[in-house]
Design a protein around this ligand. Structure first.
Ligand SMILES: Cc1cc2nc3c(=O)[nH]c(=O)nc-3n(C[C@H](O)[C@H](O)[C@H](O)COP(=O)(O)OP(=O)(O)OC[C@H]3O[C@@H](n4cnc5c(N)ncnc54)[C@H](O)[C@@H]3O)c2cc1C
Length: 414
């Protein structure tokens, strides 16, 4: 078996992985980036709509344009990229991974590891809708790949279940490509995706958004023929007698992304709410020379956030990889936890070597609120907050006091 050694190994070449690799290489580290697809870019390669890079590049780019900028940086910084290579077994306690490549299995030994494996879509089988199991049911990302990369339409008439960003973007894309989208159905009383996507993808194209509704049955075999939709009550249970039939040959599911953590389940600590890898504000995981960034930590709204976290993880990975003693260093940790009305906060703990960027989602829509980071670290007023818009802000490291715990809460303005 061929053996390769590198300072920093990055697994996954999406936005987070490319940023981590660039950042580590800029600091003089030898970096290897392993990507299982033909090329780096990850989900960006199939997102041909614009809306990427407004924060990071201060320009509105398409996904492939955003990825291309990082491709160029990878080349300029001399990052070694190994495409069509799949990491199938990380052996973290020996600082090595096994990789399947076209020429056989290889072993890569690293000083520090950055895991940036992204997320996968929740599939049809996970949402337990009664009825047939016909052709014509696709996750939104798969449909996006069909249309934008393979140049194939999934059907003629579609209904979309779930109003996450991918579902909203696909409602517009399928319409532009000549399909009829009869409705987007969402079981929550508010949309799952960004407000700007609701406006630009549904309102601008007259596509109805049915809030507090869900799909209760699918019919047809071997191809989907009909989908039954019903209203749901506050308990999210369908209300009998409210069923409506839609004759469609395609059902697109946009019912959530799940952090892709299979590789390291059991070897790293996971966040009980995001289901992603627990990290600090440096991207460090529960193992001190292993870092993680991007959608395998928490599902971010914007690629700009993902790149920012990748850059930080790459920077700190270099620090550890160059001085193996550091990997056992005693790190001062301040735990970060969700307080009142906060569904999820990331990162999970704070280290004093980096500023603290917090990312959070509230548990339900609220108006006239104050966001507080306790004890007395930060306070900000908001007119309106909702779970579909991730809140992010930075607190300088020297503003964080010596304390054992930080709590983030959102309360009504008194
Ligand atoms: C449909 C859609 C629309 C979006 N629209 C916008 C938008 O308008 N504006 C915006 O700012 N953001 C948008 N985003 C969000 C943003 O694009 C993503 O958050 C970001 O690109 C995710 O990057 P990532 O690196 O975490 O994951 P990914 O892009 O998923 O990259 C992970 C990579 O890891 C590789 N990998 C996984 N496992 C292995 C393994 N074992 N071995 C080797 N390689 C592996 C995968 O092949 C993949 O390339 C959108 C996202 C989606 C899905």
């Amino acid at each position: 078996m061929k053996r390769i050694t590198t300072n920093v190994l990055v697994i996954g070449g999406g936005a987070a992985g490319m940023a981590a690799a660039v950042s580590a290489a800029e600091r003089g580290a030898e970096v290897l980036l392993i990507e299982r697809e033909e090329r780096t870019g990850g989900v960006l390669n199939q997102c041909i709509h614009n809306g990427f890079g407004l924060h990071y590049f201060r320009e509105e780019l398409t996904g492939p344009e955003y990825a291309e900028r990082f491709h160029k940086m990878l080349a300029k910084r001399g990052v070694k990229v190994a495409p069509r290579a799949h990491v199938w077994e990380p052996i973290l306690n020996e600082n090595r991974v096994l990789v399947v490549t076209e020429t056989g299995i290889q072993e890569v030994v690293y000083g520090a590891l950055v895991i940036t494996t992204g997320a996968r879509e929740r599939p049809f089988g996970a949402i337990m809708i009664p009825g047939d199991r016909p052709a014509g049911i696709f996750t939104a990302g798969l449909a996006q790949r069909f249309v934008n990369i393979e140049n194939r339409l999934p059907g003629k008439r579609a209904l979309i279940l779930g109003s996450g960003d991918i579902g909203l973007i696909m409602a517009r894309r399928l319409t532009l490509e000549g399909m009829e989208v009869v409705a987007v159905v969402e079981r929550l009383p508010y949309p799952g995706g960004l407000e700007r996507n609701v406006q630009q993808c549904l309102v601008d194209f007259n596509i109805p958004l049915l809030l507090s509704h869900t799909v209760v049955e699918v019919e047809g075999y071997p191809r989907l023929r009909r989908v039954w939709v019903a209203k749901v009550g506050q308990d999210f249970q369908p209300i009998p007698g409210t069923e409506t039939a839609y004759d469609v040959d395609t059902l697109i599911l946009s019912v959530g992304l799940i952090p892709e953590v299979k590789l390291v389940e059991g070897s790293l600590e996971m966040h009980p709410k995001s289901l992603g890898i627990k990290v600090s504000n440096t991207g460090r995981t529960s193992r001190s020379n292993v870092f993680a960034a991007g959608n395998n930590v928490v599902i971010y709204d914007l690629v700009d956030y993902v790149s920012r976290e990748g850059l930080i993880a790459g920077k700190h990975a270099v620090r550890v990889s160059k001085d193996p003693g550091k990997s056992d260093e005693k790190i001062r940790k301040v735990l970060i936890e969700e307080g009142k009305n906060v569904a999820l906060v990331s990162p999970s703990w704070f280290e004093f070597s980096e500023d603290l960027r917090l990312y959070l989602r509230v548990s339900h829509p609220m108006e006239n609120v104050v966001l507080k980071v306790r004890p007395g670290i930060y306070e900000r007023r908001y007119e309106r907050v909702a779970p579909n818009e991730m809140i992010s802000f930075t607190i300088k490291a020297d503003r964080v006091p010596e304390t054992s715990k930080i709590t983030v809460e959102v309360v009504e303005r008194g």
